[in-house]
Ligand binder design. Sequence first.
Ligand code: ADP
Ligand code: MG
Length: 731
Amino acid sequence: MAQLSDPLADILGEKAGAALAKALELHTVSDLLRHYPRRYATGGELTTIAGLDEDTHVTIMAKIAKVELRKMQQRKGTILTLTITDGRSELSCTYFNQPGLVKELVKDRHGLFAGKVSKYRRALQLTNPQYLLLPDEDHPQACSSESGGPFGLAAVPDEQYFTRPLLPVYPAAAGVPSWTIAQCVRVVLEALDEPEDPLSADLRAEHRLISLSAALRGVHLPEDTAEVEAARARLRFDEALSLQLVLAQRRQADAQRRAPACPPRENALAAAFDRRLPFALTAGQVDVGREVAADLAETHPMSRLLQGEVGSGKTVVALRAMLAVIDAGRQTALLAPTEVLAAQHARSLRELLGPLGRAGELDSAEQATRITLLTGSMSIGAKRKALLDIVTGESGIVIGTHALIQETVQFFDLGLVVVDEQHRFGVEQRDALRGRGRDGATPHLLVMTATPIPRTVAMTVFGDLAVSTLRELPRGRSPIVSSVVPVLEKPAWLERAWMRVQEEVRSGRQAYVVCSRIGDDEQTDTQQETAAVLELAAELAAGPLHGLRVEVLHGRMPGDEKDAVMRAFAAGEIDVLVATTVIEVGVDVPNATAMVVMDAERFGVSQLHQLRGRVGRGGHAGLCLLVTSAPQGSPARERIEAVASTVDGFELAQLDLEQRREGDVLGVAQSGRRSSLRLLSLLRDGDVIAAARVQAQAIVDSDPRLEHHPGLAQMVKSALDGERVDYLAKA
Ligand code: ADP
Ligand code: MG
């Protein structure tokens, strides 16, 4: 008999085992049983041919309508053309040099055909599709294109397969069609010993779940759709629980780490700063400030995510946290994703702190600290000075880009790491700084993001962080009005857009124009119609924006040049900044009120939302014009219209999630590995994830290392190996 961990070759034979390993990376019994059907065909029902997509691998049930064998004209050899039908549409299948197939492929036989859909002379077709012909009155034997291959007899499913009410259709690969997988699964299930259930009977009863053994059988060999649902519910819960157990263990491990406690001090820097703030904090800022202060006072490290709309005032919250840590005699680091942003943070923190941030200078205040900027493009001399200030503890606030991580930066006593725009950094990067505390202590961590995070993502990808949210914008903030400028249908609207920019500038305001590319490289075909920073800036200055001070900003400019342009824009010396998405995150110029985004279809939902957050940051109303040539009704156009129709970041984040593939969210697609979350959907399974989270926390609270839950420990191990968890967290 067989166990879940047994190699497939032991049960199916060497050749079949090797074929499954090669084609689908299935090695063990468990691998195969977790290769779930993509869908289920109901017996005898033909698959609709009209809806097939080009370039996809399909498995369809059809009837042979016509068979034609002829000699090739130019070369030696034969072409067998098969026309298959669903009763309405037809699809042609071609086999080259296999004349013998006419014995099996005869008119009126029903069967499954599998292959990649291609287009030939504007018609869809399958080339050399694999087939499984069903038995019928004239042909008592089923037959398959695979019977001579590595699977031998297993390539042709036995009779029971055809009489099933629901035929499982598996994700298949060349050489291993769906029906062969089905047959292998049947053989394996028959040999399988009842597997031990990692969920106790109590747990199953509480969550109304069937046993693992019933679920594995039910998902592969269901009698009806209710059985499929029950099986999937159980397997989905296992995935959610595995994930949440890992996250709960990680939270637990964090809590075991030692951190420098930084309780609030009276009459120190933080208090002095609050007194000199030119505005009242919003209620949200006060609340979150309290949560953060409580975390910082603890002797284990804070791990907190601060999310809030662009302009909701996250920086002030972070700065107050930093000052509390400085008051406790420690240093703080602020990690920004770009040099522009790092430089801007340095400027705005200096301004907010005033004399409190000028330690060592003539007009400094008594408790003052020092702000140090460290970026890759600084001169060697400036860098050396910065490194010295950091290692001696002179500087309380260190602001930098990746350089902070990469360079051999030594802190005197690092107590808090603030990461701005987390999605630009991986977990390893944020943890690199966390390893630099004094005497093995772990600095506190505050991660800031303006990209709102849907609840399910917060519970998974960011599941090891506590979450604080700033929901309101500071008073005086004006709403942003967004409109779509459809250049295909309304070319005149673009002219009108430039006139609006002129008007804004005439009333003393400034504007951004955003392009999807720089335009200093050779053009590729797909880029030809899109606007480029360098060309558009020249065109605008000579034409529609003649007389205005137009400058460019993009990522390939040297650091000091970028900085000079941003400074000039902030000082009002530039009217219109034509830029790439370098301005996407955090750039804060309150006098900028208008933004024109060219080729808006080139940007994602969250990105557009981020971009438009750059305007309307002062007391004046913001305007965002989304220029696009995407035709009405296209998905891209709908996406842009959705962005124009709401400023609710959470709604947009949900939309963004719907538009991305699940794998992308988990960061798996990029890494090219298969997700072990197969049934669990971040989009649809919020409730399951929430229930699993509560359950996992309870289990880990009582048994942190799962020593008394060997089944669960094993489930976690096989579902998510160590690397997988890293991928999850990095997404
Ligand atoms: P975020 O980083 O969340 O996008 P910032 O912290 O940069 O937002 O704040 C945006 C602007 O609003 C800054 O100029 C900041 O000084 C200002 N601001 C922050 N909090 C308040 C407040 N409570 N009242 C008025 N203005 C505020
Ligand atoms: Mg910010």
